[in-house]
Design a protein around this ligand. Structure first.
Ligand SMILES: Cc1cc2nc3c(=O)[nH]c(=O)nc-3n(C[C@H](O)[C@H](O)[C@H](O)COP(=O)(O)OP(=O)(O)OC[C@H]3O[C@@H](n4cnc5c(N)ncnc54)[C@H](O)[C@@H]3O)c2cc1C
Ligand SMILES: Cc1cc2nc3c(=O)[nH]c(=O)nc-3n(C[C@H](O)[C@H](O)[C@H](O)COP(=O)(O)O)c2cc1C
Length: 900
């Protein structure tokens, strides 16, 4: 049977399956949903959310969303621009009317913001008038049966619901599971006339040193990667310790910046022995080394250009001499644990009834337990499954649609400060990697695909690595403030990066201020391992850096004594110290390491520290209060990080003149200064800091970042802002233009990027710039970020530690007071404050404050012009007035002018 030529009736049924995925789980789930709707004769598209605009959704019969949550309750990168476009404030409550949807979230309940992305999306879709056709489902990584534990029952109910709600026309039945859906993409031999070498020439020898050579030289054109050279691959655990943990150093020739918490993402390669094994099993020897190309399968051939999905592997076109062997080695995950859909697909490639039946049994939702017991529990790999079902013969042309695409694995960067740079001006990354190797319940030894690959790489090898921003979002003030770092095992990696970063700040301070004690708060590191002798990583460094960064290390080595001791136990033993650092000294806490029980147990121990830690009885929290306090810390990230955009404009006292070409006003030789409304913003930010110092405001101001986009002279404006009290500045270099520089939307998008990058939680903007008088940027920024906004503020008050803000503004006949929660946007108005004059000492100090030069491209923004100035003209000259002698004269004059 073939499912490739559907009858015309189904053309009216269309389904769009959109996913947001960071590491591929949601994508796989979306593909499974796509296969479901295809079997129900919906013309189906599966794509990531960013590829679609919300306004196009209503043209589909139904839209299915699959979204995982990443970071701290965030959307995955490939869903963020879609999400932002849904947040635009101007969207009416009917914007998505006509859209029928169902949503499924992927998350992990050990994170406090469990499934937040899916929940936020669900809420917003309903707010905008979309209709939910099936209740939202939520998968939990902590579920004993993993994601499938919730997905399969949800999937089964959804199928029933779709069949009920969208009945098939008479005579049409769902495509049964035993009928194969045609593959979307297939491999094809390349015409040798194109100049590719013959099979004999390309056949690789796959043993001995050539294998190491192949693994050690990464030629894959992987998107957005840096080519890194491995300079060190050293075992960090004792030789007799059960676990092999490696300390890797990688360098790239370019100078790239990264911060503690950022990650390197590495795509592994398969070993030749496994690839050969598969080739032999499938009988692919004859074609495996011939040049191939990936082309659309039969269903896609008929698609119009607009409907054509992107190929499943990016960059393949530029792979040097692509063969099936190269694909199997470099791109397809033949060692993954097979998902339900894999069994459904391979069942089509066997004629042996017993195997076919058994494979299809695994796809039956009623036998979910069996699937779990056969695959996930013993961590059985695809290769092993194919060994056991040896009658399965997959046509090599279908390899890309049968095997999952190899995913990159993430590793936190363990270097920081002085360790970040090479002597040649390049960048160094250090990683601390636990090589995954364990015995399964069926007593088989399993090895992690990526860590096994990394373990064999020799210094000199090259790898394509992707630098991913995961940042711990610590500002300079947080870095030098009191900190509690909790990181068992390789969770120490990002914390080491932070300690080195602290050391660099202290060293720089000492060099600039000889003899002055650096204002650095204490750091408490709580580290957990198995044995002090075997896996106390970087012990030596802690001794060396201890004094410099005021570091105290507490350890929990679980196996060094009879009774197991973990990091949470050490926290409980030191509640007073923890309370002092986090509450009294308003320090920050960072917990890094695996998900699951550890973060939950640490959180519980921290709650207890707030309950039992204070020396004074009355300072103690009850359990609920302690929990609230922790939530407040998570929500605001503790302190204020304020962004103040400032614009250089023609001074308010100067009368502007239109230029000769009537395209704008004359700027050359005219006095410029800081836009008066922006001056109010800078002043307010500085006052928020001062009020906290005087104990009049509950939240400390960690940093005030001033930003100006414009020509070279903007640097002067920024120095003025810093002389008033801003801590640092970004000068975004944009050419001077007569029409007032980048448009408000461009500025708002740029500010949005800065907010994300710098972890800003309050933006104070002037209500308008007095040159263009557009008065839009603050509002646009609030829309882009989905943050609350209060405009034209005449008073700003931070009400409590959890970040409640009250803003007053004047309205006709009175004042209005708004309350919102940080993060938020505030625009300032005239009566807010009276800006200070920068004093001479402060002007001198401002010269030393950091001013970084940036470009719009650094924030991924183009200076796009959506508006065109047609003409600028002077207002008509005012007529001179006349004087009248008395009231009679006035009445006479008014009559003369026809006004009476
Ligand atoms: C943001 C982030 C940062 C990370 N940083 C680091 C880091 O700095 N250092 C580091 O070492 N790791 C780090 N990890 C974890 C690291 O990504 C994984 O260890 C890595 O993906 C393993 O890849 P692999 O291909 O070798 O293993 P895979 O082939 O992907 O196999 C891993 C799988 O094996 C299973 N498994 C592992 N051990 C066992 C066991 N004992 N019993 C049963 N099943 C088991 C797990 O379920 C896991 O799904 C980080 C992960 C994330 C998400
Ligand atoms: C760095 C990181 C942060 C995460 N943050 C959250 C979170 O805040 N809330 C949540 O429910 N799950 C969180 N998760 C769990 C993921 O949502 C879950 O692992 C999911 O299966 C990932 O799907 P994906 O492969 O489609 O990205 C996080 C996972 C990682 C690795």
């Amino acid at each position: 049977m073939s499912a490739s030529n559907p009858p015309p009736a189904q053309q009216r049924r269309s389904a769009l399956v959109l996913y947001g995925s960071e590491t591929g789980n949601s994508q796989e789930v979306a593909e499974e949903l796509g296969a479901l709707t295809e079997r129900l004769h919906f013309k189906t598209h599966v794509a990531d959310l960013n590829q679609y605009k919300p306004e196009t959704l209503s043209s589909y019969t139904l839209v299915l969303f699959v979204v995982s949550t990443t970071g701290q309750g965030d959307f995955p990168a490939n869903a963020r621009s879609f999400w932002r476009s849904l947040l635009l404030k101007k969207l009416p409550a009917t914007f998505l009317s006509g859209v029928s949807f169902a949503a499924f979230g992927l998350g992990d309940s050990s994170y406090p913001k469990f499934n937040w992305a899916a929940r936020k999306l669900h809420k917003r879709l309903l707010q905008l008038g979309a209709e939910e056709i099936h209740p939202c489902g939520e998968a939990d990584q902590q579920h004993p049966e993993g994601l499938e534990g919730t997905f399969i029952p949800w999937f089964t109910r959804l199928r029933e619901h779709l069949l009920d709600t969208y009945p098939l026309p008479p005579g049409l039945v769902p495509i049964p599971d035993n009928v194969q859906l045609p593959p979307k993409w297939v491999l094809q031999l390349r015409d040798e006339a194109e100049g590719f070498s013959t099979p004999e020439q390309t056949t690789e020898k796959t043993n001995g040193s050539s294998e190491l050579d192949r693994l050690g030289h990464d030629l894959r054109p992987l998107p957005d990667t840096l080519t890194a050279t491995l300079t060190e691959n050293r075992r960090a655990t004792a030789a007799n310790h059960w676990q092999d943990v490696r300390h890797l150093s990688l360098t790239v020739p370019e100078a790239v910046s990264y911060v503690p918490g950022d990650m390197l993402s590495i795509t592994p390669k398969n070993f030749a022995v496994d690839v050969d094994n598969l080739i032999t099993m499938m009988g692919w020897e004859a074609d495996v080394d011939r040049p191939v190309t990936l082309v659309p399968g039969p269903t896609l051939l008929s698609a119009d250009d607009d409907d054509m999905p992107s190929p499943p592997i990016q960059g393949l076109d530029s792979y040097p001499r692509l063969t099936l062997r190269a694909l199997l080695t470099d791109y397809l995950d033949i060692q993954a644990i097979p998902r339900r859909a894999f069994f459904a697909t391979v069942a089509h490639y066997t004629d042996y009834e017993m195997h076919k039946e058994r494979l299809l049994e695994f796809t039956n939702p009623e036998f979910l337990d069996e699937l779990w017991d056969y695959t996930t529990r013993p961590r059985r790999s695809i290769l092993e499954v194919l060994h056991e079902f040896d009658s399965v013969k997959i046509p090599w042309q279908h390899a890309v649609s049968v095997f999952p695409i190899m995913r990159a694995r993430q590793f936190s960067i363990a270097s920081g400060g002085a360790l970040k740079h090479t002597a040649e001006g390049g960048t160094k990354f250090e990683l601390l990697i636990a090589i995954v190797k364990y015995q399964t319940v069926i007593k088989r030894i399993r090895q992690g695909v990526c860590t096994r690959y990394l373990a064999v790489l020799q210094p000199g090898s090259t790898l394509q690595v992707q630098l991913q921003r995961g940042g711990l979002n610590s500002s300079v003030n947080q870095l030098v403030g009191p900190t509690v770092l909790i990181g068992p095992g390789t969770g120490i990696a990002p914390l080491r990066s932070m300690i080195w970063e602290k050391a660099a700040i202290v060293k720089a301070y000492k060099e600039e201020n000889p003899g002055v004690e650096p204002p650095i708060g204490p750091t408490l590191l709580v580290y957990g391992g198995r044995n002090r002798e075997a896996d106390f990583f970087f012990e030596q460094e802690w001794e060396e850096l201890g004094e410099l960064v005021r570091l105290k290390v507490l350890t929990a080595f679980s196996r060094d004594q009879k009774q197991k001791v973990y990091v949470q136990d050490v926290i409980r033993e030191n509640v007073s110290l923890l309370f002092k650092l986090l509450h009294d000294m308003r320090g920050s806490v960072y917990i890094c390491g695996s998900s699951g029980n550890m973060p939950k147990a640490v959180r519980q121990a921290l709650t207890e520290a707030f309950q039992h830690g204070p020396e004074v009885e009355t300072d103690r929290f009850n359990e609920q209060g302690a929990e609230q306090y922790l939530l407040g810390m998570e929500k605001t990230g503790r302190n204020l990080r304020i962004l103040v955009p400032v614009k250089r404009v023609i001074d308010y006292a100067v009368k502007p003149r239109v230029n000769k070409a009537n395209t704008g006003v004359e700027t050359a030789g005219v006095k410029h200064s800081l836009n008066p409304f922006d001056e109010l913003s800078v002043e307010e930010a500085v006052r928020l800091r001062e009020r906290h110092t005087k104990k009049q405001s509950p939240i400390k101001v960690d940093q005030i970042l001033a930003l100006s986009a414009g020509g070279p002279k903007c640097a002067d404006t920024l120095r003025t802002a810093m002389a008033m009290g801003a801590d640092r500045a970004f000068h975004v270099e944009v050419g001077d233009s007569p029409d007032g520089g980048p448009e408000p939307l461009t500025v708002a998008k740029m500010l949005q990027a800065v907010v994300k990058q710098e972890n800003i939680n309050l933006v104070l903007l002037g209500k308008q710039a007095i040159d263009g008088d557009q008065g839009q940027t603050g509002q646009m920024l609030a829309g882009l970020l989905g943050w609350p906004q209060a405009t034209q503020a005449s008073k700003v008050e931070i009400k409590d530690e959890s970040g409640t803000v009250e803003v007053t503004h004047e309205v006709d006949g009175g004042v209005e007071t708004l309350r919102a929660q940080l993060p938020m946007i505030i625009t300032t108005d005239l009566r807010l404050n009276e800006p200070r004059y920068a004093t001479l000492p402060n002007i001198m100090k401002a010269k030393k404050k950091p001013l970084e030069k940036k470009t719009l491209a650094d924030f991924g923004i183009e200076d796009k012009k959506r508006l065109k100035t047609i003409k600028v003209t002077e207002p008509p000259a005012r007529q001179g007035g006349g004087k009248v002698e008395d009231v009679d004269g006035l009445i006479g004059k008014l009559k003369e002018l026809g006004a009476l």
